[in-house]
Design a protein around this ligand. Structure first.
Ligand SMILES: NC(=O)c1ccc[n+]([C@@H]2O[C@H](COP(=O)([O-])OP(=O)(O)OC[C@H]3O[C@@H](n4cnc5c(N)ncnc54)[C@H](OP(=O)(O)O)[C@@H]3O)[C@@H](O)[C@H]2O)c1
Length: 247
């Protein structure tokens, strides 16, 4: 039997319509959480969850580049469900281009969506958590933040920024019961990686000690471990999940 709405733990997941975000939303709802999520566009999954979990699911169209919209979404989610226990900064945008030819505007857009957006969302959500007596924040980074790869310098800079944010925030907010951790995945299949050629997939697989690519369900398992009380004595840490490719 699912918990009464007031007793349900509440999560905010950015980018919950597709890919990793979608799996996280589905799992949290099935586990009895209330979930707020946003993306730019709706889809069949959002409609299905809205029908199935009328009281426990909320989706809105918000763009990561709209800082005021992000803050308002966080505050409204807190009001709608009465509390906030978990923030997963999942949404991200990959744009691959050599650094020397990346236009200044493109750099700013990438930093805005991959780093500034989580900063705004995290500040608004952390304030709610501190008021509520605690919570957990998981930032989804990438192995691009810890190893050099061609064509992803700006994306890597943004993701590395998220990892630094997590460590400092953990120091500030630990005493107030808020844990902050970073999950650093290697390649997994999603719309973001749909353009990766089969040659490049084989190359990643060959270089991975475990000899295969990770699945989105395996990445979600690790996020949910960091998100929930099973990791209650872990904060300020980065967990890499990549089959060993960066070891
Ligand atoms: N896939 C990989 O191999 C991989 C590896 C390492 C790290 N990661 C990281 O893992 C996270 C999830 O990646 P994924 O592969 O699941 O991505 P994905 O399949 O591309 O899904 C991205 C989600 O974010 C939303 N989103 C994208 N841009 C947005 C914007 N400007 N405003 C609001 N929402 C936006 C998308 O919805 P809309 O497009 O409708 O807005 C969608 O819901 C990202 O942070 C990514 O950097 C992925």
């Amino acid at each position: 039997m699912s918990a009464a709405p007031a007793d349900r733990r509440v999560a905010l997941v950015s980018g919950g319509s597709r890919g990793l975000g979608r799996v996280l939303v589905e799992r949290l709802l099935a586990d009895g959480w209330s979930v707020s999520t946003f993306s730019r566009t709706s889809n069949d999954f959002v409609t299905e969850m809205s029908d199935k979990y009328q009281d426990a699911f909320h989706w809105e169209s918000v763009d990561l580049s709209d800082s005021q919209g992000l803050r308002a979404f966080a505050r409204d989610s807190g009001k709608r469900f009465g509390r906030l226990d978990l923030l997963i900064n999942n949404a991200g945008v990959l744009h691959q281009e050599l650094f020397l030819t990346t236009a200044p505007g493109q750099m700013e857009d990438l930093i805005r969506v991959n780093l500034l957006a989580p900063l705004h969302l995290t500040q608004a959500c952390a304030r709610l958590m501190v008021r509520g007596g605690g919570g957990s924040i998981v930032n989804v980074s990438s192995i691009n933040a810890i190893r050099g790869y061609r064509g992803v310098s700006v994306y890597a800079a943004a993701k590395a920024g998220l990892e630094g944010l997590g460590r400092s925030m953990a120091r500030e907010l630990g005493p107030q019961g808020v844990r902050v951790n970073t999950l650093t995945p290697g390649f997994f299949d999603s719309d973001m990686t749909a353009d990766v050629t089969s040659r490049n997939r084989e190359r990643i697989q060959r270089r991975t000690p475990l000899g295969r690519l990770g699945t989105v369900d395996e990445i979600a398992d690790a996020v949910l471990f960091l998100a929930t009380p099973r990791s209650r004595f872990i904060t300020g840490q980065t967990m890499v999940i990549d089959g060993g490719i960066t070891c």
